[in-house]
Design a protein around this ligand. Structure first.
Ligand SMILES: [Zn+2]
Length: 463
């Protein structure tokens, strides 16, 4: 009888082990935040129309990090920031220092931005917006250097905080994002397009301690943080800032991290007031809170990460194009033209931009696809269609925000996300029509490297 019992137990143990690493291994998670509010007053970013620096703060800005480690030592660190967008120069420096100091590889570090248009100028993102004097430049450069330190610091703090954790995921939905590509007789203009594609998905990753208490919640939404316009001069996180603050208030001790998804062509609707931003923040936080209260899907190890930097081709241009532009009256086009002509003078005309594409997969339960730039919603919708079997978060604004990333459709239609944004980003633009396929080819490669099996005919299945 005794032997029999032992045999049963042994058999049970064998079965448990054979059922997979889910029961044998677990995550360590760590979370941290540091304040990155700029000194006042400070030049703000996002709108070309602003004529002077900030005149106050309605909310502090934060860099937050969620560090994950599995039993085999695989790591992933997700960093979110209440910023317009991190340029490559800053991300690369942070990644180098994080690799040296904490042994976290580049492919395991995701550096995302909320794209708040109430945040500070982050050099050299959107450099064409500004005509800084020496003092402005010194202050903005000093903030950038400080920001690198703070981002390295927040990663270190999250790693120090590593402790056993239970992860789970769910999805909700809120409706305030509207497609903003309005079709007018003069072409596509920023407005409201009720018939345009949207993605109202709100992915929610819950990080609980072993006792079940909430330690962190990572959530996302595909909508510009542009509730407040260019006539607003106070620093804050827009709707995402309010949503994070609301969640942290509702769950004392927990840290809420917002990831901007593929909302390049999505704006809050209606927009324009601080009350709107608060309402959207509350709506988003309420939905995240609702999802947290539902039965979530457990997320299990292992952690797999992959990153690739591909080159995206700009449509051909000649020196003459920018000589003409430099002689025009539009100050922003003049500045862009000067940058392009300087590159020509150095014998390095801008023909391409590097573009980072990254994947982080947690077991078979959740895959984060992290795209650079400002991808339009088509990227998320197509990724979800092609990888229909995966539980996906498709983020934009990660690792390097160098310009908008239009789909082929958006590129063919024209408008701000296809053409005009390139002026303010200091790029020759627009892209060639290969942009969407180049991004998707890279996406499929990183997805496959983290274990996602993409259907072979996926590329051909695009409508
Ligand atoms: Zn934008």
């Amino acid at each position: 009888m005794k032997t029999r019992t032992w045999t049963r137990r042994a058999l049970a143990l064998v079965l448990v082990t054979a059922c997979g690493p889910a029961l044998a291994a677990d995550f360590q998670a760590g979370v941290a935040r540091v304040k990155i509010t700029p000194p006042q007053p400070f030049w703000m970013s996002g709108y070309a129309a602003r004529t002077h620096p900030s005149d106050g703060i309605y909310q502090d800005l934060w860099a937050k990090a969620l560090a994950l480690r599995d039993d085999d030592g695989h790591q992933a660190v997700l960093v979110t920031t209440d910023l317009i967008g991190l340029p490559r120069a800053i991300s690369d420096e942070v990644a180098d220092r994080v690799r040296t100091r904490f042994k976290v590889e580049r492919e395991a570090l995701v550096l995302s931005s909320s794209h708040t248009h109430c945040g500070p100028a982050v050099r050299k993102n959107l450099a064409v917006l500004y005509d800084f004097n020496e003092e402005d430049r010194r202050r903005v450069d000093a903030y950038g250097a400080e920001l690198v330190d703070r981002l390295v610091e927040v990663v270190g703090k999250a790693l120090e905080d590593l402790a056993p954790a239970q992860l789970s995921v769910g999805h909700g939905s809120v409706g305030f994002a509207a497609n903003r590509r309005g079709f007018t007789p003069e072409g596509v203009r920023i407005g409201v397009n009720p018939n345009g594609p949207v993605d109202h998905d709100v992915p929610v990753l819950k990080v609980a301690g072993k006792n079940g208490s909430l330690r962190a919640v990572l959530f996302g939404y595909a909508c510009h943080n542009t509730t407040l316009g260019g006539d607003f001069y106070k620093i804050g996180g827009d709707y995402a800032g309010f949503a994070q603050a609301e969640l942290e208030q509702a769950h004392p001790g927990a840290i809420a991290l917002f990831m901007m998804l593929c909302g390049g062509d999505q704006n809050p609707n209606p927009r324009g007031t601080l009350e709107h931003a608060q309402q959207y923040g509350q709506a988003l936080a309420a939905e995240v809170g609702r999802v947290l209260g539902t039965k979530l899907l457990p997320v299990r190890p292992p952690i797999r990460t992959a990153q690739e930097v591909v080159a995206l081709d700009f449509a051909p241009h000649t020196r003459a194009t920018f000589e003409q532009e430099a002689a025009g009256t539009d100050v922003f086009r003049q500045r862009r033209a000067r940058l392009m002509l300087a590159a020509c003078d150095e014998g390095k005309p801008v023909r391409q931009t590097p573009y980072p594409v990254q994947a982080v997969r947690l077991g078979g339960d959740l895959t984060l696809l992290a795209l650079g730039g400002e991808p339009v919603v088509d990227y998320a919708l197509r990724a979800k269609r092609e990888l229909a079997g995966e539980n996906l978060i498709v983020a934009g604004y990660c690792n390097d925000v160098m310009c908008y990333i239009p789909s082929r459709r958006v590129l063919q239609e024209g408008g701000y996300e296809a053409v005009d944004n390139m002026i303010y980003y200091g790029q020759p633009g627009p892209f060639t029509e290969s942009v969407e396929e180049t991004v998707f080819a890279a996406l499929r490669r990183v997805a496959e490297r983290v274990g996602v099996v993409a259907p072979r005919s996926a590329a051909a299945s695009r409508p």
